[in-house]
Write a protein that binds this ligand. Structure first.
Ligand code: UD1
Length: 374
């Protein structure tokens, strides 16, 4: 029998798992591939990791490195040490990394130095802001990867500008949207708004975790002052990321408070399906996340991004995203704009789906790999 090619898929942090899942499932369809899931343990809480494996029907990771949190150098180094042992032991034929977290660059770097080919999924995104740790991870991972799978044509342009040869770049679409499309119907059935005592379409969702927004107390306080104003107009549901909750002195978990009318509802981070349900029926979303800008674009839900820049400009030119920054006045102005928009203009926005965000990106990746590695 022909030897099966061992392909390691690396997942480490929450936004990785929904990208790994569809690729793993597609690779499984090929008898020539043996996909192996390595979880670095960068994220380890049930809410940040375990719930995602359950919701996405991923098997338990084949290997769990358990590196945990730490400063960038420490965390990246621990992942590298653990992953080097895995690679020397398993001798994979390919390592696939996704996104832009510390696990992405750490595992890519280990693999290339062991002469193992690396594929990077979601390559070429650029915020052009090197104060973001993710931007450094993106730039470096793309420089050393052999196969670069992109979600949009402007990512191809960014890679060309950085001197990446054309034959390494593959525009395949967005695997995160594959996962969204696969799970949307089940997620909608959860009706999270009902569980939280809210009215469908009459609340907004907030997520905040960028170090530049939450690590400085004064900045976080200013943002929360703005959000408090928003909450006087519409209830705000706020699943709080652990980085952010560590900054709050008092968090009131009002999850099942049926009396809740207006205000901010602080809740624990949600699993994939619960969060998708919450987003899908929201009036709008406020966020500093990257992936949520893409998901809201497909859901047709207005997204106000609490940042000065984005590595995903296609969500602005073709989607529902608006960069509002963190100033209270700017946030409130855009919230009022959204609430005054007519349904007709909303539906115009909803129809502009970026090219190849069609739910088939992972199948294109598997097909391309089968051809390249044959
Ligand atoms: C990481 C990624 C970021 C991504 C985000 C999604 C990097 C550089 N950053 O940021 O790109 O958008 O994940 O969530 O890789 N913690 C827990 N439990 C966990 C994980 C973390 O309590 O399961 C706490 C720890 O106190 C930790 C802090 O959250 O120090 C930050 O975690 P870390 O993985 O360093 O970065 P994120 O902010 O989560």
């Amino acid at each position: 029998m022909k030897k099966r090619l061992k392909i390691i898929l690396v997942g480490g942090a929450r936004p990785n798992f929904m990208k790994v899942a569809p690729v793993y499932k597609e690779l499984k369809k090929y008898s020539c591939f043996k996909p192996i899931i390595v979880h670095t343990g960068q994220h380890y809480d049930k809410e940040m990791s375990g719930l995602f494996f359950r919701d996405l029907q991923l098997p338990r990771p084949d290997i769990y490195l358990g590196v945990g949190s730490g400063n960038h150098g420490e965390q990246t180094a621990k992942i590298m040490i653990g992953f080097e042992n895995v690679c020397m032991d398993l001798k994979p034929d390919l390592v696939i990394v996704v996104g832009d977290v510390n696990s992405t660059i750490a595992c890519a770097l280990v693999a290339v130095k062991l002469m193992i080919p690396v594929a990077h999924i979601e390559a070429g995104l650029r915020s052009f802001d090197r104060t973001m740790p993710e931007e450094i991870n993106r730039l470096l991972t793309d420089q050393i990867s052999d196969y670069l799978f992109t979600t949009c044509r402007d990512a191809n342009e960014n890679l060309r500008r950085e001197g990446i040869p054309e034959h390494r770049i593959f525009f395949v679409g967005n695997v995160m949207i594959d996962t969204l499309k696969e799970h949307l119907i089940i997620a909608r059935r959860l009706k999270m708004w009902q569980n939280l005592g809210l009215k469908k379409g009459h609340y907004c969702v907030l997520t905040l975790h960028r170090p530049s927004n939450v690590d400085n107390e004064k900045i976080l306080q200013d943002i929360m002052d703005g959000i408090t104003e928003v909450s006087k107009i519409l209830p705000v549901v706020f699943p709080v990321h652990p980085r952010t909750s560590a900054r709050f002195d008092h968090i009131h978990f009002l999850v099942y408070d049926r009396e809740f009318d207006k205000g901010i509802l602080f809740i624990k981070p949600l699993g994939y399906l619960e969060f998708l349900s919450l987003m899908a029926d929201a009036r709008f979303v406020l966020t500093d996340s990257g992936g949520i800008q893409e998901e809201t674009t497909i859901l047709g839900i207005p997204c106000l991004t609490l940042r000065e820049n984005t590595e995903r400009p296609i969500t602005i030119t073709q989607g529902t995203n608006t960069l509002v920054g963190i100033e209270k006045k700017a946030i409130l102005k855009e919230v009022k704009n959204i609430l005054h928009r007519t349904t007709d203009s909303d539906s115009l926005v909803k129809n502009r789906i970026p090219e190849l965000w069609d739910g088939k990106a992972a199948s294109r990746i598997a097909k391309t790999l089968a051809r390249l590695l044959a």
